[in-house]
Design a protein. Structure first.
Length: 401
């Protein structure tokens, strides 16, 4: 029975990103400075109180509107509940008008920048561009009507609005990428489940059909021909044992990593962690399965340690062939032996961790050796040396020849 699919919300449940919060809060510094100037400005107490109240209300409306829109609106063209940010913008414009009326010579026209920033962060690009242009033009015309000249510096509102639009676009893009990543992961899991189900059906379908048919035949033969029934029961046992053996082989195959797959995964993980990967891209199928699996486990463990402990900026994976032996070398330029006390503890932890110990156990199974130590010039080195059977080709995976 298929479960009903819930519609995907256009808002994410992620917390407000720090960079979005920092961008929004940075603009409040101007309100704080304006309040400090108004407190020192000689004026009636009621006027000062009204100005401080309007500045506080303006900052509150701006902050509430911006933080509410961070960064969950995944549809740039149709923001969710558009009337709420529009109502907030109208209220902010009213606050700016009140500030200008209360202090016409104090430069309160500049408070309209909060309307511009909020429009860029909360509205769709087309609507926000219109609002930013109208607000900029309105501020310049209003300033000209009151003071008799237009301040060309107010044109910077267009640049401020463009910056807010860029930040919003970046936030929406990140939200969409996170959603796409989750969808791809879900699809990959579903495809893997289908593959496993298909493989098990192919493995067990014939064997179980044979067991069912021979069981029925043995039941009919048992009263009349016991000897033949015994033979049929023996065939049933062989078929069942063969099915069990095939299932165990299939499960073991699912659990065993391959060198090709682990190198590709290591490249993606290192890039995601901000570490430059230096990993060969061309690989062949010239290694025995046991050695290939051993190398794959080594790459997985070594790269995991680089990401978790090394604080490196670059990680290199080298695969080399020396006669009948193959060598895997994983080197990073992280904390290594030249680290501080905390760094040395991290290195020591890598040396003693269960992952490296597990690699030693796996290496002994294929007569290989593992050496994990700080590098002579810094960083950390994991070296695995394994024998290759004589039936392997002379070329090593990754050779261009």
């Amino acid at each position: 029975m298929r479960m009903p699919v819930k519609p995907t919300s256009v808002r994410t449940n992620n917390p407000v990103p720090s960079w979005w919060l920092g961008f929004a809060l940075a603009w409040l510094l101007i309100v704080v400075i304006s309040m400090a100037l108004m407190i020192r400005e000689p004026m009636p107490a009621w006027r000062r109180g009204a100005i401080l109240t309007l500045l506080t209300l303006l900052a509150g409306l701006y902050l509430a509107s911006v933080l509410r829109s961070a960064p969950g609106d995944c549809d740039l063209a149709r923001p969710r509940q558009w009337y709420l940010p529009v109502a907030a913008l109208v209220a902010m414009i009213a606050c700016v008008a009140g500030l200008v009326a209360l202090a016409p010579s104090a430069g309160m026209w500049w408070m309209a920048m909060y309307v511009v920033v909020a429009a860029g962060l909360t509205l769709s690009p087309q609507v926000s561009a219109t609002v930013i242009s109208v607000v900029t033009l309105g501020v310049m015309v209003g300033g000209w009507a009151i003071s008799g000249h237009a301040d060309p510096r107010l044109m910077i509102f267009l640049a401020i609005g463009a910056a807010a639009l860029a930040v919003r676009h970046l936030a929406v893009t990140i939200a969409q990428l996170q959603s796409a990543r989750g969808a791809l992961a879900h699809r990959a899991v579903s495809e893997e489940r289908l593959r496993i189900a298909r493989d098990l059906h192919d493995l067990l379908g014939h064997s179980l059909s044979l067991v069912a048919i021979k069981s029925e035949l043995a039941g009919r033969l048992l009263p009349a021909a016991p000897a033949q029934a015994v033979r049929e029961i023996a065939d049933i046992e062989r078929a069942a044992r063969d099915a069990l053996r095939q299932v165990r082989m299939a499960v073991a195959g699912y659990r065993q990593p391959t060198l090709q797959r682990e190198l590709a995964a290591a490249r993606e993980l290192l890039e995601a962690a901000g570490i430059e990967p230096m990993i060969p891209t061309r690989l062949g199928d010239h290694l025995p399965a046991a050695v290939d699996s051993m190398l794959a486990w080594s790459v997985r463990e070594a790269v995991t340690n680089v990401i978790r402990h090394s604080r490196a900026s670059r990680c290199e994976v080298r695969l080399e062939r020396f006669g009948d032996r193959v060598r895997l070398l994983v080197v990073d330029d992280g904390i290594g032996a030249a680290a501080s006390g905390a760094g040395r503890r991290a290195v020591d932890g890598r040396r003693a961790c269960s992952g490296i110990a597990g690699l030693h156990e796996r290496a002994r199974a294929v007569e290989a050796t593992v050496d994990a130590r700080p590098g002579p010039a810094g960083g950390f080195v994991v070296l695995l040396d394994a024998p290759v059977h004589a039936d392997a080709t002379g070329r090593f995976p990754g050779d261009d020849a």
